[in-house]
Structure formats: structure tokens, C-alpha cells
Design a protein around this ligand. Structure first.
Ligand code: MSP
Length: 511
């Protein structure tokens, strides 16, 4: 059994923005955590390439849609490399293999008698690729997300009988585990309670899409096509991908991690489509919040878009990642503030963790011949051992419930408590009296061991920083052995050599 996790499939109208980086970084940490916990992971990401929005973007640039998609999709892949994203599958919805899965799926849904021809009239947001409520039918009504005028559509489309699945969807969303966080679940419960309406799954005015079999001029609605990317991704590497292959090799997904704006598609439309095709529904939909900058929505017109590549080159991926993962609670909206960012990185990573390691290692090298000291028998009642056990337990519990910010915070708390312990014990005073040597040995050992555990806990979050810490303690982590077992207290070897310390993270300057 594989653990299947997905990011949304990103529109290729532009290169990745901080929002897409955010979702992908979170998925990456969860995927790393699951692998470290011994699970076989299929981490799916990719791009959503069809539809009116992409067709128009390409045409505005004077490019044919496929070349435009090739270009942006390569940029996405390069970005994921730069951010060290450990995805297993990258799906492109313009690929032939994906198309064959969409056709196969459509056949199943048709067989269930869930497709009929109808007339679709309504106000459409091309940015969302979604029909919107326009209460007063006003032509100047703007999409609340994109702040752009809606377009009136009136055309013959194929419809999917969503209404048939009203009670199935009610049962599903009433399960507390299906939609997280719970505030989002309530939104969906209220939406479904109003009664589900059938929705159109084909377009006659969009050429850049997958043609509906035997239906001249009809292409599949981009969402009908794109959601299936999660399924096709699984059998993508096979010569003849099929729904069966995807089902046998991992479907259903364990978690779709998405932004709150596309929750309805994932928690309502998608499960109904799957039920119609006789397939299992995903186990969980997690709708995360939106990122703002210095309290304001980011947007091109506001000129305040944060370029993730600039952040990456200026501060490095792990600093950005720590801020996004630790400072923002996954379900809530989060704000990117430059000053706060610099303060957090300097306090948490450079001071609390980095300095602790540096100064303890220096003391140990100075007093114990460049080595980790011996543990003396009197090292019982060790408060750090207790803290660390508690921290590991809480860290794992938080990760299992996708509370990554809380996992990061308990890890940081162990570092804060270890600093307090060191400052309280004052080994630099004790060492002045030779008779205290075994006491000092124990104190230094305990602090170093606590840092080793902090470093290991960082592995799913900040893998580079984690391995830097490990190297400074003499490269103890064995990736061929269980990560969880190595989180136990007491693995640091007495008398092992400690390398010359060097800063594990540079302090940042606020400009
Ligand atoms: N193509 C669809 C998804 C199809 S999934 C089968 C799509 N793509 S998107 O590129 O527009 O959005 C991708 C994700 O980025 C969404 O989850 C959206 O919520 C998220 N974000 C867009 N702006 C964001 C922020 N400012 N902050 C956080 N996430 C944001 O929708």
C-alpha cells in the first residue's frame, strides 16, 4: 500500500508563484516524513495545461498552446529541482497518456447514465475556469478572487449528473476526517445543503482541450480533465496507462493538499465523478489558507508579488521553508512580512539551534580532547532526556495530523529548553573546579544528544540543515536504518570525534 499525496496541478499561465511553492513545499515535507516513517510514497505534482485561460495566455504571447505549455511546464520542473522537491510523478494534462485515461473515465461515467446534453447559461470567470454566482446579473460584476469582469456564456454543453450524488456527498463530507480543517468542512456542508446542481463538463468554444469522443466541436471542461491528472499520474510511466493500472498501483489518494479556493472541486465534484466511474474517493482533502504580503493580497496590479526565485537566491530554500511551515498554521491564511521573516530565521535557526550547537561543540572539544564526553553513572534524572522523549512523541503526533507548524514549534521548544538547561547548569563555571568533571561531562553530553535529536527531527522539514547538524556531530545518522529508532535517546557515542564547528546557517540582514 502506497501513501499517495498530491499538490494541485498548477495552471501554466505563468511560472510558479509563492502560493504554488507553498503548497508544494508542504507536500514535500509530508512526503519526506512518510518516507522516513517507512511508508512507500507516491508524491504527485504536475501542471494543468488545457482550457480557455491557457489558450488565451498562449495566444496573447503569439505562441501555439503546446509550445507555451512545454515552456512553462519546464520552468515548473526546474523550479521543483531548485527547491529540492522530491516528487515521484509529474503529470502534464496535455500528454497523450493522460488523454487516454480521461477518455476511459468518460466512458465509465457515460455508462452510469450520468451524462446528458443541456444548455449552459451563466457568468464565467476565466481565471478560475468556473461559473460564478452573479446575484444581480450585472455585466460589471467582478470575480471575488480575480477582480475581473465575468463573461456571459450560453452554449450547448454536456452535463454531469452531480445532483444524483447528493446523499453520497452528504455522507462523505459528514465524516470528520474527509475535509480538514473543520472550518472549511462547514463551508462545504453549507454549500451542499443548498442542493447540488448538475454541472457542464464540455465546451464548444475552447479548442485547447481534449476532444470529447464522438462529439464534434466539444472539448472536455478543463476541471473534468485536470482532476483526472491525479489518477493518470499513477500509471504514467507504463506503456499503456489505464484506470485499472492506476487503481492497482495506488489509487485512491490519501490526501489532496490544495488551496481553499478550489475546495469545492475537490470535495464535491471530484468524489461524485469518481463514484460515477465506480472508483474510490480520496481519503482526505486539506484546504490550506492563502498567503498575503505585509497584510495585503498579492497581485500583479498591486505590484507586491513576491518572486519566489528572488527569495530563494537571496535567503536560500530552507530559510523560506522554515518561515512558511513554522509561522503559518496550515489551515489558516498566512502573511509574509520581511522583518518578521529575518527575525524568525535569525532567532530560531541561527541563534536558538545554530549557536547552541556551535558553542556546545566548542566547549566539548576544548575540555574533552575534541571528543564527545563520557556519560557518567550519575546521569540519571536527566531532564533533557525527558524533554526529548516528549518532543519526539508530540512531533510525530503533529505530523500525523498535518499540523506541521506545531511539529516545527515543539522541535524548536526542545532547542529553547536545551539552551535554558545549558545556561542554568553553567558548565563553564563548573569546569573551573576539576572535581566537577563528571558533572560537566554529563551536561555537555546531554546537550549534544539533545541537539542530535533536534537535527534528526529537522530532517523532513529542513533536510540540508539537518545534515549539517549531523555532520558537526560526527555524521551519526544512518539512512539505511529506521529514522524513528534513531530518535531514541543515547545514540551519540562518547569519545567520538567532534569536527571543528562552523556556523550551520548565516544570519540574515534586514534591508
Ligand atoms: N489548475 C487548478 C488546479 C487543478 S487541480 C486538479 C488551479 N491552479 S492554480 O495554479 O491556479 O492554483 C494552484 C494552487 O495555488 C491552488 O491550490 C490555489 O489555492 C493556490 N494559490 C494561489 N494563490 C495563492 C496564495 N496567494 N496563497 C496560497 N495559495 C494560493 O487552481
Amino acid at each position: 500500500m502506497s501513501f499517495v499525496i498530491t499538490t494541485p496541478l498548477y495552471y501554466v499561465n505563468d511560472k510558479p508563484h509563492l502560493g504554488s511553492i507553498y503548497t508544494t513545499l508542504i507536500c514535500d515535507s509530508i512526503a519526506r516524513y512518510k518516507r522516513l516513517s517507512g511508508e512507500d510514497v507516491i508524491f504527485i505534482t504536475g501542471v494543468d495545461e488545457h482550457g480557455l485561460k491557457i489558450q488565451r495566455t498562449a495566444s496573447n504571447k503569439g505562441m501555439d498552446p503546446q509550445s507555451h505549455c512545454d515552456k512553462i511546464s519546464n520552468i515548473f520542473k526546474q523550479n521543483w529541482k531548485d527547491w529540492d522537491i522530491t516528487y515521484n510523478k509529474f503529470v502534464r494534462t496535455s500528454s497523450q497518456k493522460h488523454e487516454s485515461i480521461v477518455n476511459e473515465f468518460y466512458k465509465r461515467v457515460k455508462k452510469s447514465d450520468d451524462i446528458y446534453m443541456g444548455v449552459q447559461k451563466g457568468w464565467y470567470c476565466v481565471g478560475c475556469e468556473e461559473f460564478k454566482d452573479n446575484p444581480d446579473n450585472s455585466p460589471t460584476f467582478k470575480c471575488p478572487i480575480h477582480k475581473k469582469n465575468l463573461e456571459w456564456k450560453n452554449e450547448e454543453n454536456l452535463f454531469f449528473r452531480l445532483s444524483k450524488y447528493q446523499s453520497n456527498i452528504e455522507d462523505l463530507i459528514n465524516k470528520p476526517s474527509f475535509i480538514q480543517p473543520k472550518e472549511r468542512r462547514n463551508e462545504i456542508i453549507n454549500f451542499v445543503a443548498k442542493g447540488l446542481k448538475d454541472f457542464s463538463i464540455s465546451r464548444t468554444n475552447v479548442s485547447w482541450g481534449i476532444s470529447v469522443p464522438d462529439m464534434k466541436n466539444h472539448t472536455f471542461y478543463v476541471w473534468f480533465d485536470a482532476l483526472l491528472g491525479y489518477v493518470s499520474a499513477i500509471s504514467l510511466n507504463m506503456d499503456e496507462p489505464s484506470l485499472e493500472e492506476s487503481i492497482d498501483n495506488g489509487w485512491p489518494a490519501d490526501i489532496h493538499l490544495i488551496g481553499k479556493d478550489i475546495l469545492r472541486f475537490h470535495a464535491v465534484y471530484w468524489p461524485a465523478m469518481l463514484l460515477s466511474a465506480g472508483m474510490e474517493v480520496p481519503k482526505k482533502i486539506f484546504g490550506h489558507g492563502f498567503l498575503t504580503r505585509e497584510g495585503q493580497k498579492m497581485g500583479k496590479s498591486l505590484g507586491n508579488v513576491l518572486d519566489p526565485n528572488l527569495l530563494l537566491s537571496k535567503y536560500g530554500k530552507e530559510a523560506v521553508k522554515w518561515y512558511l511551515l513554522k509561522d503559518i498554521s496550515l489551515g489558516n491564511d498566512g502573511d509574509f512580512q520581511d522583518k518578521r521573516f529575518v527575525d524568525i530565521i535569525n532567532n530560531d535557526l541561527a541563534n536558538t539551534i545554530g549557536n547552541l550547537l556551535n558553542r556546545t561543540s566548542s566547549m566539548s572539544r576544548k575540555w574533552f580532547e575534541n571528543q564527545v564526553p563520557n556519560i557518567e553513572e550519575s546521569n540519571n534524572d536527566n531532564i533533557l532526556e525527558l524533554y526529548s522523549k516528549e518532543t519526539v512523541e508530540n512531533f510525530i503526533n503533529h505530523f500525523n495530523t498535518y499540523e506541521l507548524d506545531l511539529a516545527a514549534k515543539v522541535l524548536l521548544n526542545l532547542a529553547i529548553n536545551t539552551n535554558l538547561y545549558l545556561n542554568e547548569k553553567q558548565p563553564w563555571t563548573l569546569i573551573k573546579d576539576k572535581s566537577n568533571i563528571s558533572l560537566v561531562s554529563n551536561i555537555i553530553y546531554n546537550v549534544l544528544e539533545s541537539i542530535r535529536i533536534i537535527g534528526l527531527l529537522l530532517l523532513p522539514l529542513l533536510p540540508d540543515l539537518s545534515s549539517k547538524i549531523d555532520l558537526q556531530l560526527g555524521a551519526l545518522y544512518d539512512k539505511n536504518k529506521s529514522w524513528k529508532n534513531q530518535l531514541e535517546w543515547g545514540i551519540l557515542k562518547s569519545k567520538s570525534i567532534l569536527p571543528v564547528p562552523s556556523p550551520i546557517i548565516e544570519k540574515l540582514e534586514y534591508e
